[in-house]
Design a protein around this ligand. Structure first.
Ligand SMILES: [Zn+2]
Length: 148
C-alpha cells in the first residue's frame, strides 16, 4: 500500500460567508478620514493645503481632529511634526475625504450589483430573436446530428 501524505480538510467559504465579507469592504475601516487613525495627516490631503509637500523631506502634519496623535506625544518625536494643521483644517480634510470615500463606495456597490445581477445579462443576450435563416440552419444541424 502506498503511503500518501495526509492533509487536513480545506473548507470552502459558502457564498453567504463571502458576501458578508464583501459587505464589510463598504464600511469605512477608520474613524478619522484625515489621518486614517494613524495620527498624522495623509500625504494626499496635506497636498491640498501644502501643494509641494514632500513627506520624505518635510515635517509631517499631525492630525488635531482625533485622539490618534497621542501615540506621537513623545519628546523625541514631537519635533518631527508640523502642528499648523488646526482642528478646523483637519475637520475639513476629514469631511472631504469621507465624501470621496462615500462616492467611491457607492460606485463600487453599483458595479458589484451589476456583476451579481445575471438576470439582466441573460435578458440582454436573448433580446435578439433568431433570424429565419438561423432557425433553418439550427434545424439542419439538428437533423444532420440525428442522421449520424
Ligand atoms: Zn485624525
Amino acid at each position: 500500500m502506498v503511503n500518501f501524505p495526509q492533509l487536513p480538510r480545506l473548507k470552502r467559504q459558502s457564498v453567504k460567508e463571502r458576501e458578508s465579507g464583501d459587505k464589510q469592504i463598504w464600511q469605512p475601516t477608520c474613524q478619522c478620514f484625515c489621518c486614517h487613525d494613524f495620527g498624522y495627516v495623509q500625504a494626499s490631503l496635506v497636498r491640498l493645503i501644502v501643494p509641494d509637500y514632500d513627506p520624505d523631506k518635510d515635517l509631517i502634519p499631525i492630525c488635531q481632529r482625533c485622539e490618534a496623535n497621542e501615540r506621537w506625544e513623545h519628546p523625541d518625536v514631537i519635533p518631527s511634526f508640523d502642528r499648523r494643521f488646526t482642528r478646523e483644517i483637519c475637520e475639513q480634510l476629514h469631511e472631504y475625504d469621507r465624501a470621496n470615500w462615500r462616492e467611491w463606495a457607492r460606485k463600487k456597490q453599483e458595479d458589484n450589483n451589476k456583476v451579481i445581477d445575471f438576470s439582466t445579462v441573460v435578458k440582454s443576450l436573448r433580446k435578439r430573436q433568431r433570424s429565419q435563416l438561423e432557425v433553418e440552419q439550427a434545424q439542419r444541424n439538428h437533423l444532420e446530428e440525428r442522421a449520424k
